[in-house]
Design a protein around this ligand. Sequence first.
Ligand SMILES: *Cc1c(COP(=O)(O)O)cnc(C)c1O
Length: 366
Amino acid sequence: MKKNRNPYPCLECDLDRLSENLAALIERCHDSNIEVTGVVKAFAAQKEIVRVYERSNVKFIATSRIDQLRAMREAGINKKPLMLIRIPMLSELPDVVALSDISLQSDITVLRATNDEAKKQNKIHDVILMMDLGDLREGFWLAEEAVNAAVEIENELKNLHLAGVGVNLSCYGSVKPARRNMQALVNLAAEIERTIGRQLEWVSGGASTSMYMALGGMMPYRINMLRIGEFGLLGGIYGCYPDFMHRDVFTLKAEVIECRDKPSHPIGELEVDAFGRTRTYEDRGIRRRALLAVGRMDYGDPADIIPRRKGVEVLGASSDHTILDVEDVKDEIKVGDVLEFDVTYGALAYLSSADSVCVTTKGGNS
Ligand SMILES: *Cc1c(COP(=O)(O)O)cnc(C)c1O
């Protein structure tokens, strides 16, 4: 799948650490009666890594993209139901029905068209209705709209099965999951259940940012699913890194192609950088710099890669190069060395989908 045949740059995933992270977070969610949907979009659903989810106790494997669903089907990932977590495009519904078992939905037009497609394919497709509780990304805005959609699915859209309701927070609007918005979701679920006269299987209370509530025993009882990506992959999320999780599942490895003393301030009349930005540079005199054969094309933002070695500092990057200050460790670094970095969620998504970056795994035999 990847075009680069050279070993570097490379993104390495430690499958054992990932497996331990999943087991630890799933066990704690189970303590609160919560099932985990494993979200695999952040590593582009690379199949060796998805296998770890397949062997774990997640209930569903989820991604936002059809091409990743197709790749998982083709790789024979079939031990868990697959969930599509981006609201479907009307233009992709044949694939949505063919490739996913359950999808998140927020629009009655799309729901009706999904039903028509499911009928064509002679399938019953499960759906979860998303409610926008203030984060202002996807979801029904009025409870009445969501209830009406639920009733129409239940009574008229015979090739859909209404499996539950859900919410997404902390994305566009930075809204924190809390008692109030979780209770609003539970209330919506109760209202739908009263109206259609049966229980819903799932009340899906968000993503990794909701984990702190589950860990603290603060989730309302009726919330019984979280859709978790980052927390398992990076060992936590902003404000919540429990000590029982590994934070070094993923490692970026990149090779040094130049290492020499240079001034720290550019020479000549300054204009804009490779991306048209005006920049300022601190003059720290002559310092040892290392150049890495990896750049923004591979990971996005240089602020999103964090050197493992103390004394190494990321100064900046262009499309294909990363510039490091290595003055403090200058006797330890030379051309040909491979340096290691932690990655943020953003960098992980870029690195795993870039054709120029190898994805390798270690462990995974247990
Ligand atoms: C990406 C995504 C998730 C997972 O988010 P994490 O922060 O990685 O846990 C869950 N639900 C939806 C709808 C998403 O788009």
